[in-house]
Design a protein around this ligand. Structure first.
Ligand code: GDP
Ligand code: MG
Length: 162
């Protein structure tokens, strides 16, 4: 069976942009405003000759009172179905409480996680990526989903754990 890789993280960190970058086409919906309700969407993906299913997440509503919970719930379902997880954090923002909440459930899942430090568009932002070692998920992979920087190394890392 094709392995399943789930892309999880807070709204607006660039999950769908990363999915499109990996697919090499624009299928996942990219939003400047977080919180548009969408279901999990699965795509057929391929990297270095290996086929896998890539699951974009983002089917939650912005709810000021419950956003942490909603992000965590959404991520939890996707993670349950996944063989490995691409956990996306916005390196320019740094780790938030919501990110920490997702880390907790990722740990609980026992699934292999590759930490993506996204929005590292240039060398200046590399130091921001390094700050994410603090999440305790190992090496943060600096990536610019928008420009394609670093995505190859991150994909190599996820395929290595499948
Ligand atoms: P999602 O909610 O996590 O799926 O995030 P989206 O993929 O919809 O992206 C949210 C916003 O971040 C959009 O305006 C994207 O253009 C922007 N974005 C995504 N990746 C990058 C990146 O690598 N660098 C920069 N500068 N912006 C990005
Ligand atoms: Mg999205």
């Amino acid at each position: 069976a094709r392995p399943v890789v789930a892309v999880v993280g807070r709204p607006n960190v660039g999950k769908s942009t990363l999915v499109n970058r990996i697919l090499g086409r624009r299928e996942a919906v990219v939003e400047d405003v977080p919180g548009v309700t969408r279901d999990r969407v699965a795509y057929d993906a391929e990297w270095t000759g290996r086929d896998f299913t890539l699951v974009d997440t983002g089917g939650w509503e912005v709810d000021a009172t419950g956003i942490h919970l909603r992000v965590a719930e959404q991520a939890e379902v996707a993670v349950e179905l996944a063989d490995a997880v691409l956990f996306v954090v916005d390196a320019t923002v740094g780790a938030t409480d919501t990110d920490e909440a997702v880390v907790k459930l990722l740990r609980k899942s026992g699934k292999p996680v590759v930490l993506i430090a996204n929005k590292v568009d240039d060398n200046r932002t590399e130091a921001d990526a390094a700050m994410l070692w603090s999440l305790g998920l190992g090496q943060p992979y600096p990536v610019s989903a928008m420009h394609g920087r670093g995505t190859g190394d991150a994909l190599d890392a996820v395929l290595a754990v499948l």
